[in-house]
Ligand binder design. Structure first.
Ligand SMILES: Nc1ncnc2c1ncn2[C@@H]1O[C@H](COP(=O)(O)OP(=O)(O)OP(=O)(O)O)[C@@H](O)[C@H]1O
Length: 312
């Protein structure tokens, strides 16, 4: 992706004060207060934690049941002036297959009543490096390409606040890196860039600060290293696929960084010392000529860590 516009702007503040939102009897967001400033912030939490609900309220598409969500002191809900300052990349795809990427972004530029919608659409599409493919129909795009066109749509009016719901879903490693660079650049130019994820490692790579949600509640906030340290004190579970799971399991069990391994379709490992495990695993594999195909943090373990944060 090409570099985002470098225009510096006055730092923006997105503020939530005692925000709750319920759907019938379900409390999706429960008394959440947070202040998010310029830069990249990760909104982290297990499935169903309330991340999407929070993002919808931040974007002004959903009213809080109680409390307030403001950008620079102005409520986001039902506020047209604020809509012009916010860009949203929703988790779900709300795109028409028979429409080209170009038309999709242009339609949004027109909805924002931009003075030169074509120039704005072109700039946004260039930013996400999709100019060449933009004349093709969205139906033929890969998941990653759709994600980039959604991003162009959110950027077309050059918003101060960019909200992204699980933006890395379905992206290959190269696309992930490109998006991470773009988000970092946007954050550096004074914008609020907030993205949700349930994957800790993703957030770790780009977020300056993090906000952790668990079961609708605000569980932790602020410095990533501090929260990470709390998390590393708990055992982490990983699922591994390799060319020789059995030999890898034997090596790991002999090492002090794991407290348990389970050999089935895949190799499940419980790492007690995360740093040592992350360092030793590739070394073991290389020494034994084993190829590592996949190392994935298992979600349940993160959920345990999250609930640990809430209950501490
Ligand atoms: N429109 C709705 N009607 C009823 N319940 C809802 C609605 N939207 C969300 N919920 C409920 O609110 C809770 C929080 O959901 P939300 O989608 O905000 O979580 P999330 O952290 O984004 O999860 P995920 O990572 O799975 O998207 C869940 O229990 C969900 O079932």
């Amino acid at each position: 992706m090409s570099q985002a516009t470098r225009i510096e702007r006055a730092p923006v503040v997105l503020k939530l004060e005692q925000v709750s939102r319920w759907f019938g009897n379900v409390v999706a967001v429960n008394d959440v207060s947070m202040t998010i400033g310029a830069g990249v912030t990760g909104l982290l939490g297990p499935n169903g934690a309330g991340k999407s609900t929070l993002i919808h309220m931040m974007s002004g598409f959903l009213p809080p049941s109680s409390g307030s969500v403001t950008v620079d002191g102005q409520a986001t809900w039902h506020n047209e002036g604020i809509y012009r300052r916010i860009g949203l990349v929703p988790e779900r795809e709300a795109m028409y297959d028979g429409v080209s990427g170009w038309d999709f972004v242009l339609a949004n530029a027109r909805l924002h009543r931009l003075p030169d919608p074509k120039a704005a659409a072109r700039r946004a599409i260039e930013t996400v490096d999709m100019l060449e493919a933009s004349s093709r129909d969205v139906g033929g795009y890969s998941k990653g390409m759709k994600q980039r066109i959604k991003m162009a749509t959110a950027l077309v009016h050059d918003p101060d606040v960019l909200l992204l719901d699980e933006p890395f879903n379905g992206m290959d490693p190269r696309q992930r890196l490109q998006l991470m660079d773009l988000m970092t650049e946007l954050g550096r130019t004074g914008r609020v860039v907030l993205f949700s994820s349930h994957i800790l490692e993703e957030v770790e790579q780009i977020a300056g600060g993090i906000e952790v949600m668990v079961a609708g509640r605000h569980a932790a906030s602020g410095d990533f290293r501090e929260i990470r340290r709390l998390m590393t004190e708990r055992p982490h579970q990983y699922t591994i696929r390799s060319s020789d799971d059995r030999a890898l399991a034997a090596a790991l069990i002999a090492d002090g960084s794991t407290s348990g391994v389970e050999l089935g379709d895949r190799l499940n490992v419980q790492a007690t010392d995360y740093t040592r495990f992350a360092h030793r695993l590739p070394v073991f594999a290389r020494e034994r000529g084993i190829r590592l195909y996949e190392v994935t943090p298992a979600d349940e373990s993160l959920e345990k860590v999250f609930s640990y944060l809430v209950n501490r």
